[in-house]
Design a protein around this ligand. Sequence first.
Ligand code: ADP
Length: 306
Amino acid sequence: MAAHSAIHIERINKSYGDFRAVSDLSFAVQHGEIFALLGPNGAGKSTTIRMILDIIQPDSGRIAVFGAPLTDAARNRIGYLPEERGLYKSVPVLEMLVYLGRLKGLSGSEAKKRGLALLERFELAEYARKKVSDLSKGMQQKVQFAVTILHEPDLIIIDEPFSGLDPVNRLVIKNLLLEFRQRGGAVVMSTHQMNQVEEMADRMLMISRGQQKLYGPVDDIRRQFALHAIIVQGSGDWSALPGVVRVEPGSNGRDGVTLHLAEKTTADDVLAEIARSRNTRIEKFELAIPSLEDIFIRVAGKDGGQ
Ligand code: ADP
């Protein structure tokens, strides 16, 4: 593995006129990890991504990609999937892949070989000679993803990778991303789909109004927001258990009820009580760790999106 981070950002700032879109932001993305960049609309995610790609420049601060300021050679090691998907609609799919692959430094034959392999993988082989415009929206999205990884980049930056995809195709893309990480690739994923972040991302940065709100391993952040409560499912008089101060019916479509615990009561204490009690039966017992969605709303909701 490389000694340096895939991306290293130190105290960057960016203003548009008087408006500060990104404020004193620092973070790093490592090789072999999926990193989620989160925040409400207008938080500064695209601005940050565009600075990483050197499309726009920060007013101050430092950005290193693969250990140095971005060069053309390093740019060819990045795959970028922007939110607004621009494909050449009237060009046949494979021809377009070859063209874009060559722009990224591949030979024509290499681009064709890899393009075909990816189309195969995406179950689009029979569409290789069809025009992009003849493909469904979901298929076009897969082609766009093929363009992003065609040149076997070391870093991919993707904006809402799963929007517009059905569950089967979401899984195809998800597996590709997991394989990419397995091989040591770095993924920066900007998304509003928190369940995808919970399932896939190793670490995350949540920004709001251009500033860091949360940064670190996804599991740590979720645990940090853990309530002093447990979720149980089963039958029994929960409120009669010693140490349970309040029983909250299930919410957010979750199964079971939430037992809020007295300050000195631990989850282990409650479990022991349940084991002791004759008329209580449990099917599920877990710590009440809020979903990222809840955390997002709690943290970013205060600031309000745009
Ligand atoms: P996000 O990607 O998180 O939705 P952006 O980075 O696109 O947020 O935008 C951050 C803020 O900067 C928003 O308030 C947006 O209106 C503003 N902004 C973005 N680009 C420009 C621009 N070129 N000129 C002026 N303001 C901009």
